[in-house]
Structures are given as C-alpha cells and as structure tokens.
Design a binder for this molecule. Structure first.
Ligand code: NAD
Length: 364
C-alpha cells in the first residue's frame, strides 16, 4: 500500500499531512510512503528529513497513491487523477461542498473527513479539530498581545507600575481554553465565557475567572446549540455591560455546520475602551463580531478588530506534527492486516466517511 501526501496548495497553507516521524511509523508497518517533492518544506521538513519516504512529482504521487492524506481538500485536478478505489483522508470541509462530494463519488473514491469524527474519548487521538484548534487558540492570543497597545503582564518598574491587561475569551472550547492558558502565561488578568455550563470548571482550572452571563445552551455531542432570539438578546445585554473593562477580547464561538453566532454587535464594540482589540477566531465561518471582515484588520471608533484566517498554518511545524499523528491514528482503522480495508462497523470510520466506493454517505 502506498500512503501519500502532496504539497498543500491553498493560499498561505504551510502544513503537511505526513511528517518524518509519521513516515517512519508507516514504513515500520510495511507501507510505502510516497510524497510530492517539497511537500513538507514550508512546515520545516525538507525532503532530506524524510529518510523513510520516497519522493516524486505531484502527478506521479497522485497516480500511485492508495491512501492520500491531506490537510485541506485536494483540488479537482488531484481528485481527477486519483485511481478508482483510492482513499482520501483529511479535513475535507464537507458542509456546503456538494460539488466536491459529487466529484469524489463520480471518481469512485472513498473519502473520510476528520471534522466529522464524533468527539468521543477514543477519537481524541485522531481529532484534528482539537489539535488544530489548540494551535489556533495559542496563536490568536499571541496576535492579541502583539497588536495591543498595552502590555499583558503587570510590570513594576522604576518608571512606575503597569497594570495587567484585562482579557476576555468568548467560547471556551479547545481553542478558547488554549487562548486562556496562553493569556495566563503572558500575565494578563483573564476571564472566559461560554454557553456550555461545564466550561466554568475548565476555565477556572486554568486560573481564569468564569464570566457568568446567565445563558446556558448545551446541545448534543458535547457541542453548544444555537441560541434562541431571546437568549441571544439576554446574552448581548449582559455582555455589553461587561465589555467596557476589557483591553482585548478573543472570540472562538462556533456551532458545527452553521455560521458563527454573532455575539458582538456594532454598538457593543462602540462601548469598548479606546485602544481595545478583538481577535475573531471565528472569522472563517463569518465571525463572532458584526464588524469582522475575514482576513482583514478593521478599525472602528478606536477599537481594532482582527479576523485572521487559518491561524493553525502559522505554526506549521508543530501543527503538522499533531495533525500527522491524528492522520496516523485514523489510518490504523483503515489499514488492517496489510490491506486497505476500513472497518465500517467502527463508528469512527462510519461517521467520518463522506463517500464509500463512490456512494455518498454524508448527510449534511
Ligand atoms: P467549537 O469550535 O464547536 O466551539 C467553540 C466554543 O464556542 C464551544 O465551547 C461552544 O460551546 C462555544 N459557543 C457556541 N456558541 C456560543 C455562544 N453563542 N456564546 C458563547 N459560546 C458559544 O468547539 P470545540 O472546541 O470543537 O469543542 C466542542 C466540544 O467538544 C467541547 O465540549 C470540547 O470539550 C469537546 N471535545 C471533546 C473531545 C473528546 O472528549 N474527545 C475532544 C475535543 C473536544
């Protein structure tokens, strides 16, 4: 069996789906690892760092791959060239991707989209949403610190005492909790907020304060549900009063398969301190702030709103190491007794499968 990865082609993408460490483990299982030349270079893994892989150009890799691992969805040209019966594994961004899913089916491929893995204990080792969200949360808080006109920590100096920045994280999932931990390490005074009640303990265990706005909305599968109109109004009212004190706000709120909830309205932003900063990690799915423009920097009445895209690609070496381990752990469910035989009785395999031998299984 040939396991492959190509150089990612999305703008700004620097991660790679197979690292030298994982190439070695795959080879140890008797598999052949075939990569596109330069596949890992942007992540900090030049070809010479892969003693266990072979290299070829993109067309040859695609023609020979039995299992193609990717970070982001491969482009149509790649899907058109893969052999019938090959398997694609990665973040295939299935929601709203009807054309791509049809293409996978028409080409009689099998495709697994790791965003669809259930968030169970056993799935943790292959949970790309978690591993990449941790990177994004860390980077979002660094971005907040770097763009803030203030210091994050308290400083006692001969030139006087600097008070620590007050930072709020909205949405305390994997990214939000990592953002909180990062702000703590930088010495800020930090509060966290989420609609899932269990996050209170998680926020507090990181040494942050839980901001209680009196709205609770636990959904299914460990995710939040969408708020009702009344809940949303109550949340905004309570939040507007609190926002005035913060120097930086990092937002990460998301509901799977939906546009990001709009939590920070324009008038709320207008009530913030001059010089305050919002880093909207939900920019990719529309943003948690009404004023966010994905990929851009917006100045509004003295408040800066940043809407960074694909933050995980900004720390590509560690992001790739974690991602590739996720891929390896998932591949173990697909390759059994030396053959590519996914175990469809396993819910992790069944639930993450978009297309099986050309049959579309994904139900949005
Ligand atoms: P996510 O990216 O889907 O959402 C981020 C956060 O936004 C969530 O905590 C959510 O509750 C919050 N949110 C949604 N709407 C909001 C609103 N209107 N206001 C405020 N906050 C809002 O979440 P995620 O980071 O992918 O994690 C989702 C859940 O899965 C979490 O409970 C996480 O702990 C859990 N999880 C479990 C495992 C596991 O056990 N295997 C692994 C990873 C994550």
């Amino acid at each position: 069996i040939t396991v492959s990865a190509l150089r990612e082609t999305a703008a700004g993408e620097r991660r790679v789906a197979i690292t030298p460490e994982v190439a070695k483990k795959l080879r140890g299982k008797g598999l052949r690892v075939l990569l596109e030349r330069g596949a890992g270079a942007a992540a900090g893994f030049p070809d010479a760092s892969y003693p266990d892989a072979e290299f070829a150009d993109a067309a040859d890799v695609t023609n020979q791959a039995d299992l193609l691992a990717c970070v982001l969805p491969p482009d149509d040209g790649v899907l058109a060239r893969l052999r019938e019966g090959s398997v694609v594994v990665g973040q295939l961004r299935p929601h709203g991707a009807t054309a791509r899913i049809d293409m996978l089916a028409n080409r009689k491929l099998t495709a697994f989209s790791l965003e669809l893995l259930p968030r169970t204990t056993r799935a943790q080792a292959m949970d790309v949403l978690s591993s990449q969200a941790a990177v994004a949360g860390y980077r979002a808080m660094l971005m907040a610190a770097e763009n803030s006109p203030k210091f994050f920590p308290m400083l006692t100096t001969a030139a006087g005492t600097i008070r620590p920045s007050r930072v709020l994280v909205i949405g305390a999932g994997v990214a939000g909790l990592q953002a909180i931990a990062t702000a703590r390490r930088l010495g800020a005074q930090i509060e966290g907020y989420d609609v899932r009640p269990e996050t209170r303990e998680q926020i507090e265990s990181l040494g942050a304060k839980f901001l209680d706005l009196g709205v609770s909305a636990a959904g299914s599968g460990g995710y939040a549900r969408e708020l009702t109109a009344e809940e949303r109004a109550a949340q905004q009212q309570a939040l507007a009063d609190h926002l005035k004190v913060f120097d930086a706000v990092v937002t990460t709120a998301a509901v799977p398969g939906r546009a990001a909830p709009k939590i920070l309205g324009t008038s709320m932003v207008e009530g913030m301190k001059p010089g305050a900063l919002i880093v909207d990690l939900a920019a990719e799915s529309g943003g948690n702030c009404e004023l966010t423009r994905p990929g851009e920097r917006v100045e509004h009445g003295g408040v800066t709103i940043l809407g960074p895209l694909n933050l995980a690609a900004g720390a590509p070496l560690h992001a790739s190491e974690m991602y590739a381990r996720n891929i390896y752990n998932f591949a173990e469910l697909l390759i059994r007794d030396g053959a590519l035989r996914p175990d469809f009785d396993d819910e992790l395999v069944a639930k993450s499968c978009l297309v099986r031998d050309g049959e579309i299984l994904f139900k949005p």
